[in-house]
Design a protein around this ligand. Sequence first.
Ligand code: PHE
Length: 443
Amino acid sequence: MEIREQWRSRWGFILAAAGSAVGLGNLWGFAYRASQGGGAAFLLLYILIVLVVCLPVLVAEMVLGRSTGNSALLAPVKAAGDRWGILGWLFVIAPLGIGSYYAVLMGWTLDTFFHSLFFGLPADMSAAKTFFGSISSGSSVLLGQLVSLLLTAAVVASGIRKGIERISRIGLPILFGLLLILAIWAATLSGTWEGYRTFLLKVDVSQFFNPSTIRNAFTQAFFSLSLGIGIMVTYASYLDRRNQLPKEALSVASLDTAVGLLAGMITFPIVMSFGLKEVISGSTVGTLFISIPTGLGTLGVTGRVVAVLFFALAYIAAITSSISLLEVPVSSLMDRLGLPRSKAVFISTSLLFVLGIPSAMNLNILGKMDSVFGGVLLILGGFLLSIFLGWVVPRKFDEDLAGCNSDQRVRRYLKFMLRWVSPPVIAFGLIVSVIDLVQNWSS
Ligand code: PHE
């Protein structure tokens, strides 16, 4: 067995965890969920869920990883015995499910990037639809998916410090820089205020009770934070006692939410300035790949430069997330079967490629995979985690956080939330989401 690696520094861990959180979910997911009509109600619910229920679960997930020092597959068993083995399996199956179609989305992103760079942007709506058709079907999808998986595998094969930590340290600052530049640029567009207002500021009270809006908000919160499916267990298992997890969790959640909002401040002005509102609500998973190139296509060279920067940014964000998705099965294979990292990477990557083929071939399947693996399973995982650390092994939570000298009041607050608030609220979100999913399954 190889010796278990550790992060080089506290910031290395925070950037890697934030790198996992910040991804296509903040750009693609946020754009398509926000465009489904929830408006500011969606946004407020999403932020509220992050602050009130997700933060304690994020700390709990990190505690589980650090206190057991084990991969996601084995951590629940190590903490509470064989009966909880099923939770470990959920932690491995969900990242494999998400990772499979995530690589397809990365392929689309890469394709759009190269298209903007070398060929230019679609000139009108029908050209945009043809363009989206070309990036989302045929053999180029498989190629994009394969290239993305190979890049991801190369990083993960290099290990925690030399691979994951290094790319996060380089990628995240670049990503933030690009994001700020683009948000400032977007603020100068003609439809900026209209965009902010329609998608981010207009509160329609009835939307708070709309099951689809509630599902979107829960899904966005969990998906965007990479929460509930063992990613944070895995990353925290490479930590030592010096880190005060509540602070780390707060940094990760703040960075992620800030990126989500900034991304919205880029996409929505573009959508409004170029009259694309109807288009995006009709194209769900394709929203980002249709609206952004079309809007920018009307701006000549400036539009092209912005598109190149935007899709480069999206790809950087995506790769720091896909490495976290791959690291879960890799570390589980290493711990469970004692495989060397390289072999575990090879097996997991091949599996992801094969599992992703149906999504690469069919948009509808991709959407369904996202609803199940990127939606309800994460919420279910979050629910189980809050029960697990709040009620089954609460002493682990106390001992681990006491051991790193975190503030006692913060600890008490988190424990209270984890036991009494997160479980019922997440259970409610889960039930609403499952019902909404079933009702909309065939649409
Ligand atoms: N959080 C990532 C994003 O926003 C996606 C992801 C979800 C990664 C779940 C890992 C686990 O794109």
